[in-house]
Ligand binder design. Sequence first.
Ligand code: HSE
Length: 428
Amino acid sequence: MNSPLRLGIAGLGTVGAGVVKIVRQKANLLAARAGRPVVITAVSARSRDKDRGVNISDYAWEDDPVALARRADVDVFIELMGGSDGPAKAATEAAIAAGKDVVTANKALLAHHGQELAEAAEAADCVIRFEAAVAGGIPVVKALTEGLAGNDISRVMGVMNGTCNYILTRMQSSGLPYDVVFEEANQLGYLEADPTLDVGGIDAGHKLALLAAIAFGTRVNFAGVTLEGIERVTIEDINHAADMGFRIKLLGVCQMTGRGLEQRMSPCLVPASSPLGQLEGGTNMVVLEGDNVEQIVLRGPGAGMGPTASAVMGDVMDIARGFRLPCFGQPAAGLAPAKPARTTTPAPYYLRIGLEDKPGALAKVAMVLGEAGISIDRMRQYQHEEATAPVLIMTHKATRDALEAALADITRLDVVDGTPVALRIEAT
Ligand code: HSE
């Protein structure tokens, strides 16, 4: 048998404990598949004594993750601490400087420092692998980097934050408003310590930026992701969208256009009958489109001990087998600076406008849209008790600029009450 691959794990939270479990319980399977034993030699975490439901007494302990990263008996540094800077970054840099391969679940770290870390790793002849950072147990990094390497990728999109999908689908099934369901999710322990990471779209935005780098051969550019969270999604919009055959999802979309790289994470309408529309609860889904493969859809658990540890181990096993590839699928020096598109690809939009129920009110709205060159596809007005009627309009394709100009004019109309809502309808 060949020499063992020796792992050092920094961070023994849910995912770290899951990795320990797999390595201990599946030692024979892993050794058979890799042709060599895969063992843990050292670990590091905030507390040594915490009960994690796994036995770590066989492993050397380091209080300092940087010291762990430098240990001579560690071949692969597994970074499961999280955070874009601080100890996670310091320890990852130390591991690379010491010539160790790195496996990480840390999307924030790579979204902010992916290019410099990838360059450092290549200079040191090391690899950085991050399957667990994107969509938990779904092997989407592998699919995009390896399986679809023979395609020009035209679009990557998906639901990449299970907590947001849980909140939106629970709102729809229960009829409860956002605040109530947010609190439910909190009680269930679904939210990150900083909930804005989830509901503000930041966590999913990090993941999208990493996939965009692989898909389009560009340097990771999280700052170029247009971010909007789910906080302003109301139960009224969820119900109205459903009534018109749509679901509202926090949807990440990246595509290379003639105007530059488009990366957006925002609440969008998708057809209720589409795979994305049917995605319930905390599950993730990523849709990959390439010129040869057309479209493939990957669905699975986006978080949790088993799924995320499964993704970590997939990367570990590649390294154990001697399979090495650049962090973002091509040498880091060859990644082009991402030129963000200043405007988004035209799309149909869902509009909800509170309109005084009196003669000529609707005509005024229609006139503004017409003058902006925006054509109405469908329209609905609901029966109402109040003086303001909720009017829903689905437009044909429009540019965001034209839409925003029209919305500003519509908001100023004397027959319009409140601020209109506009949500993009994404073709699936
Ligand atoms: N908080 C994330 C989610 C998982 O809800 O999908 C970690 O990225």
